[in-house]
Write a protein that binds this ligand. Structure first.
Ligand SMILES: [Mn+2]
Length: 316
């Protein structure tokens, strides 16, 4: 273990994945650059992190075609997710905290598959917080659209095409009990039944209305210990569209600015954050980059307190 007196700064790596092949609207492909323009590197550096911007991954362009057998752009989604899987795996192996700059939320699949494999190899527990307006638990049979950004949680739990469910070798990458979904307020009817069948723990907006964000987060973060890797998959449409208009699939009635801040601060307080996705930011629909600026502001909260409270990471 590192001596306490020489606590090394937390090293984080930004991985841009400029694609919208999994989405139903074009524009999330511009997300990584909008987050950089909004100052994500300076914000994280300000909080004591050593930030390595790895630039952007590359992959196939968006062919903008209708779904084939229930999936839209499956080959392209697979290619982008493989690139994300490899990049996130490499950062974890070198002891860096990967921050995926999406891109649409189908990329959560490659990112979390890499994190799950890393945790299996290291014998660490994994908890995934899925901050989103949507459950993203569709399958090709249930989905009305075929857009794969509505399916990553189902794929991670083993339901989907083999190329996606087996991204990390073993399938399923995750068990439903490892996931907590927060802010959910738009679920397709068939998807809703499937979420219940699989026993996903969901803190939807009704729950947050009735019990408050503090109680929801206490429940979602319960049971973490020093052996737990916490992954946050932050879909920007989690936020209320009044404050975050720059997303492809706005749903009214999301968390307010203060509720979102509290959510991030409570995650920071655990000191367990090990990896992060920031996805679905769509600059084409934003207003003077305000949604990107808000996302950066919230990500600062996600790291602000934890950098002071965090234990020095073991030397590798
Ligand atoms: Mn999502």
């Amino acid at each position: 273990m590192s001596p306490l007196s020489t606590a090394a700064p937390l090293r984080a790596s930004l991985i841009g994945a400029p694609t919208d092949v999994g989405a139903g609207a074009r524009g999330a492909s511009m997300g990584p650059e909008a987050l950089r323009v909004a100052g994500i590197v300076a914000a994280l550096t300000h909080h004591g992190l050593e930030v390595h911007d790895r630039g952007n991954l590359s992959g196939p362009p968006n062919p903008w075609l209708p779904p084939v057998q229930g999936y839209r752009h499956l080959a392209e989604v697979v290619a982008w997710n493989r690139a994300v899987f490899d990049a996130v795996s490499a950062e974890l192996a070198s002891g860096h905290l990967p921050i995926l700059l999406g891109g649409d939320h189908s990329l959560g699949l490659g990112s979390i598959a890499a994190v799950a494999r890393h945790c299996r190899q290291q014998g660490r527990k994994l908890r995934v917080l899925w901050l989103d307006a949507h459950a993203d638990f569709n399958t090709s049979e249930l989905t009305p659209s075929g857009n794969v950004h509505g399916m990553p949680v189902a794929c991670l739990c083993g339901f989907g095409p083999r190329e996606l469910t087996h991204m990390g070798g073993e399938a399923p990458a995750l068990q439903p009990h490892q996931i907590r979904q927060i802010g959910i307020r738009s679920v397709d009817p068939g998807e809703k039944r499937f979420v219940h069948e699989q026993g996903l723990e969901v803190f939807d907006m009704r729950y947050i209305d009735e019990h408050g964000m503090r109680h929801a987060m206490e429940q979602a973060l319960a049971g973490l210990d020093e052996h737990t890797h916490l992954h946050v998959s932050f879909d920007v449409d989690f936020l209320d569209p009044e404050i975050a208009p720059g997303v492809g699939t706005t749903v009214p009635g999301g968390p307010t600015y203060r509720e979102a801040q509290l959510c991030m601060e409570m995650i920071a307080d655990t000191g367990r954050l090990g990896s992060l996705d920031i996805v679905e930011l769509n600059p084409a629909l934003d207003v003077r980059n305000k949604t990107a600026l808000l996302a950066v502001d919230l990500v600062e909260s996600l790291f602000g307190k934890s950098t002071l409270m965090r234990q020095p990471r073991p030397a590798r």
